[in-house]
Design a protein around this ligand. Structure first.
Ligand code: SF4
Length: 233
């Protein structure tokens, strides 16, 4: 571990945590930032319970930010509430887009169809940037096995002047399933009906057997990320 957390560079933490477990990465994030300055961002999607379980075992009072874009499935909102109860999460904060921004840029609520990048910007990227302003570090659940721009993510990086911890960078899909099984975590309600990855309702579709789990996100739109994560490097 870097000797002085406050002064440590992200690359020092990344080097120190290369082989650390997800719990050790979250504990290190807590050490470097402190609970008041650290947030975990969760979509309460199909794999989210695994990271939230690891976090809850380290400290269930770490603030959790959930982006409610206005286009969430009812099942996702219900899953959020179920996981708060079952994992004992003490500080889940729901973040919503600014009504003035919606009125200015998406008055007919159809921007997801005509211009999904702008829709993601006003419903996800900008609200999250505002919600993260009080924090100096955050945790998210991206994994390298998801491929694409996630294939080379470090364990610790810096983005917009803020430390960003990726405790699941090294985990496999089997590791995730093992966490679900060993903790008897409830699945997202839409998994049973064929959704391998769940985001906003208009931009999420079922996946076929053998398809990449994220193939149902923005299907046919040539878009794979919403923009809240900048490409590694
Ligand atoms: S995922 Fe779709 S509905 Fe959600 S913010 Fe992005 S474009 Fe809009």
């Amino acid at each position: 571990m870097p000797s002085s957390p406050a002064a440590a560079r992200p690359e020092d933490w990344d080097r120190a945590l290369q082989t650390a477990s997800p719990a050790e990465v979250i504990a290190a994030a807590l050490e470097v930032a402190g609970r008041e300055q650290l947030a975990l961002v969760s979509s309460f999607g199909t794999e989210s319970a695994a990271l939230l379980k690891v976090m809850a075992d380290v400290d269930p009072a770490i603030p959790v930010l959930f982006l409610d874009t206005g286009w969430m499935f009812d099942e996702t909102l219900a899953y959020r509430d179920e996981l708060i109860r079952t994992l004992g999460l003490r500080d889940v904060r729901t973040v919503r887009p600014a009504s003035a921004s919606l009125a200015a840029h998406d008055p007919d609520a159809d921007r997801w169809s005509s211009d999904p990048d702008t829709c993601c910007r006003i419903r996800k990227v900008e609200p999250l940037a505002q919600a993260l302003a009080p924090f100096c570090a955050w945790i998210n659940g991206r994994k390298r096995f998801q491929g694409g721009s996630r294939a080379a993510i470090p364990v610790v990086e810096q983005e917009d002047g803020r430390l960003k911890f990726n405790p699941f960078a090294n985990v496999t899909s089997d590791d995730i399933q093992l966490i679900y099984a060993s903790a008897d975590l409830p699945p997202h309600p839409l998994v049973a009906s064929g959704f391998a990855s769940v985001g906003c309702m208009p931009c999420t579709s079922r996946t076929l057997p053998g398809e990449d789990p994220r193939a149902g996100r923005w299907r046919g739109r040539g878009k794979t990320e919403c923009g809240i994560h900048k490409p590694a490097g």
